[in-house]
Design a protein around this ligand. Structure first.
Ligand SMILES: Cc1cc2nc3c(=O)[nH]c(=O)nc-3n(C[C@H](O)[C@H](O)[C@H](O)COP(=O)(O)O)c2cc1C
Length: 197
């Protein structure tokens, strides 16, 4: 089983693009008024190292007319940091219950959002530990959170339910896993079904 996972992960590593730690400014970018389902109280927050999760977050921003916040690590992940067939930083963090990698910026006015669409890559079957840093940095009581993830092949599995334990007073909707390169149409139908649009 473990061997299969390692082989699977190696395939994913070979097929994935390189580190693309980001780009966007580490702050909230505000929605334009162009969306037909504009919802000023929705925030899309996401973490993406190799760039697979980012386009889906951008689709959500456009489709929902939402603001967007990229969870940018204070210490960027290098290729060596995510080389998961080694004793890399990402693996060490995932194996460390107390690891909470720092985020480079904080959202000042999270109170204005009632819904958060939260995107992340699967790392060893779970959300990267920086997602725990994110949800534990705010009072998410009463907010609705829609998680989604990208992965090589693993399902969302227990990743969102485990993460939800760090923000138990929020309402966590059922999340879903998407492959890299998922179409905007498919992703947006998930958003509409989940958020009741
Ligand atoms: C440390 C690490 C662990 C990973 N673990 C898994 C895994 O358990 N299952 C899987 O299908 N993919 C796994 N992957 C692949 C990523 O989930 C996948 O490439 C994802 O789409 C990357 O998203 P990003 O490009 O937005 O960072 C792992 C990648 C890394 C770097």
């Amino acid at each position: 089983m473990k061997n299969k996972l390692i082989i699977g992960l190696s395939v994913i590593l070979l097929s994935s693009c390189g580190v693309n730690n980001s780009s966007a400014q580490p702050s909230v970018s505000h929605a334009k008024d162009e969306s037909s389902v504009a919802s000023e109280n929705t925030l899309v927050a996401y973490f993406s190292v190799t760039g697979h999760t980012r386009p889906l977050a951008e689709y959500a921003k456009e489709h929902l007319g939402a603001d967007i916040f990229e969870i940018v690590p204070r210490e960027a992940y290098t290729e060596a940091d995510i080389a998961y067939n080694t004793d890399c930083r990402a693996n060490k963090e995932q194996n460390d219950e107390s690891a909470r990698p720092k985020i480079s910026a904080k959202i000042e006015n999270l109170a204005k959002y009632s819904t958060i669409v939260l995107g992340y890559p699967i790392w060893w079957g779970q959300a990267p530990k920086i997602l725990y840093t994110f949800v534990e940095s705010y009072d998410l009581s009463g907010k609705t959170i829609l998680p989604f993830c990208t992965s090589g092949s693993s399902p969302i599995g227990s990743s969102a339910t485990n993460l939800s334990k760090s923000a138990p007073n929020a309402t966590w909707l059922e999340g879903r896993r998407f492959a890299a390169g998922t179409s905007k149409e498919l992703f947006c139908s998930f958003l509409d079904e989940s958020l009741g649009k």
